[in-house]
Design a protein around this ligand. Sequence first.
Ligand code: PLP
Length: 230
Amino acid sequence: MTSIAANLQAVRARIAAACAGAGRATESVQLLAVSKTWPAASVREAIAAGQRAFGENYVQEAVTKAAELGDPGLEWHFIGPLQGNKTRLVAENFAWVHSVERLKIAERLAAQRPAGLPALQVCLQVNISGEASKSGCSPDELPDLARAVAVLPGLRLRGLMAIPEPSDDVRLQRSRFALLHDLLDRLGAESPGLDTLSMGMSHDLEAAILEGATIVRIGTAFFGERETTT
Ligand SMILES: *Cc1c(COP(=O)(O)O)cnc(C)c1O
């Protein structure tokens, strides 16, 4: 068995154990393999092991990789910082965007989503670590942003995403993830159909699943240590 196949099995086992501990069905958590910095050959190994959904942070890298793989059955998720001059490539090439934090970006994605494609699935990124993080809208800004994004054509607002500051303290990890869950519940009272909590990475997926994650984004535990860190 290749190491990526072994890693995939190990990550699936962690997800299954965390779901069992949380009293949740294993199928309620989707595994997103974060393939940033890894070549198409690594993605091919993951595909051979049964993985179909991949997360990328760099638009050009992702588009080149997807073209090299040429597999229309894959599902690409954009999870990195998104600038206005990159929205068209994202709107044309991805099924999901997890990292929308400003209305302007959402409006560009909506205008640029090709009519022939299904709606772009969108999560709003929220800064739940206060000043420790620069990415994401503040919890205060979230309700207005969600209201505005929910009505844009070509997009479907699915939920929230966060990248809390790394911590080894499981209680702190859980309290951050619980905060995101709470924000989603409050939005859901007004906008039904929000079903996605994109939270949890290699080091904290168990805490995220305990607090209701529906998508975990796993890079290192899946592909190995990256040479560049992001
Ligand atoms: C890199 C990255 C991940 C994966 O992180 P690991 O710690 O390698 O699992 C998940 N989400 C985002 C937004 C990332 O940039």
